[in-house]
Design a protein around this ligand. Sequence first.
Ligand SMILES: Cc1ncc(COP(=O)(O)O)c(C=O)c1O
Length: 394
Amino acid sequence: MARPRSTLDAGKIGTPAFVIEEKLLRHNLSVLKRVRDKTGATVLHALKAWATWPLFPIVKKYLSGTEVSSLNEARLGHEEFGPEVHMYAPAYKPEEFDAVLKNCSHIIFNSFGQFRQFKSNIKKSKKRISVGLRINPEVTAHERHHVWNPCAPDSRLGIRVSEFERELKRDPRALEGIDGLHFHIFFERDLSDLKQALPKIEKRFGRYFQEMKWINFGGGQRITDDGYDVEGLIKVINKFKKKYGVEVHLEPGAAIVWYAGTLVASVLDVIERKDVPYKVAILDISFEAHLTDFILSPVLELRIRDTGRKGQFRHAYKFGGSTCLAGDKINRIYTFKRPLKVGDKVIFEDAIQYTLVKTTMFNGVQHPSIILWKNGKSKTLRTFSYTDFKWRMG
Ligand SMILES: Cc1ncc(COP(=O)(O)O)c(C=O)c1O
């Protein structure tokens, strides 16, 4: 399936705005649905990556349910997507747990201790809840950034095999009531990484897989990216299902909106400097407040439409945001064929995953509106006002 081209006309977009292109979103969703249809896997929308709920009616047509990590996400998944809500959290709070039960179909614990703590609540619940444990198979895929490596040596996420076996020695019935095991070990990885990791995971935990109803492979695979071996993934899942007699669950996040949206900004000012070979353009967005991960991690590349590398085109710029934080800027030179002027639009590519869900209104900066682009027209899903800012402050 070839990815459709973006048809966005930035001239029709009031800035700042996150713009989701429906055709591109549907493309990604069709790839994920193909995996679902060809394997029978449960494919969940990981809300942490993107949770623009007014578009859930579209997503629902392709995916099975939601993967959530907090009570708020669980409520949103339940209210706006449907009853299949799989929750994993590093720890659950006793005062919230009944509400978690109300909103979830599957609950995954990060430790045997938490499972024991809430076992009786689950037993007492009238609703049938499928319970799982998150394992940490200690498989590190040479992650480019420690902050996104769930198997880093000091990770708090998941039960290691030594801890798992110690618990079973202490209590041979420790897995009673457990339907599934969950691992999430990747950040933007390919099928080859999954293929390399699976035998290691099976070596450590495979003997428990047959006792389970389901195994959740987590997210972190670039399933909808160009060149990802989707047919290979289908084969891997089908082979795994047959070998262990289990259901497979997947919970992609970023892959749902990969290339499907942009952040559109306007140039507010252009500053010329004598001592550097570039100009500084100030935009009506904030890198700190709207594109946090690109400030957090030097390994992520922020792409801008119609620009070239340093030296490729004649007109060179660095970009800064409109808050007064010194670090609210991108430390990279982008080149343009034509000079930028005040009022020009700048389109940040592929800027939906893990951006909109992480924004702040730091410095009172204008929150970008959320826009759907469909058939050459923009539809505003949400705008943000002074009241949104004020209510968050007190
Ligand atoms: C438990 C879990 N599942 C799924 C995901 C989604 O991962 P991605 O957006 O990389 O596909 C994450 C991301 O952190 C996660 O922690």
